[in-house]
Design a protein around this ligand. Sequence first.
Ligand code: PRP
Length: 206
Amino acid sequence: MSDLINIALPKGRLGEKVYNMLAAAGYDCPEINDKDTRKLTFENPEKGVRYFWVKPSDVAIYVERGAADIGIAGKDIILEYSPDVYELCDLGIGKCRMCVAAPKGFKYDNEKTLTVATKFPHIAAGHYASKSIDIDIIKLNGSIELAPILKLSDVIVDIVETGKTLIENDLEPIETIIPISARLIANKASYKFKAEGIKKLANALV
Ligand code: PRP
């Protein structure tokens, strides 16, 4: 295990925001701002940090397996994959909600199995199991809103942030399953062996 704290940042706006918060707290790594680079890891040994950009849905895997000591993951990913990691704190950013959405005017018919398209099959299954409703899950990897439009599914379970994607596709939220925000997560062994460094860094984020 290196002495540096390895940090998995989710690619995109949320990861950039978290990096800026860390940089402002003294954990900067100037070469990360070089827009022309295709490099995926950036380290600043003086500050004791190494950053990686990873696909947001992969952050929890890197942290669970110890490839990263800490990472920033949405609560949606944590609920979907239940990684064996410590959830250190709610960062209060990346706020959105997990919703069931359907075409306007949709009416549930309990004579038919409800078809649900989603990137989050475990969350969807848990939600409908708690209501004792039988469903047929269609796992998709993106553009979930297309599914009810093309009659691939009756409803979707997906993230709603501004609600713009639903509105522009004549869909509407019919239930909120759970509010979502970004969490700081830590590998369990790293949290023991790099406790001081990780706690100091976490304090910079809350
Ligand atoms: C997410 C989500 C919705 C959209 C919601 O998709 O799956 O499609 O954002 O945002 P809004 O409420 O602000 O419109 P993402 O951008 O991650 O793309 P995807 O279609 O590849 O899942």
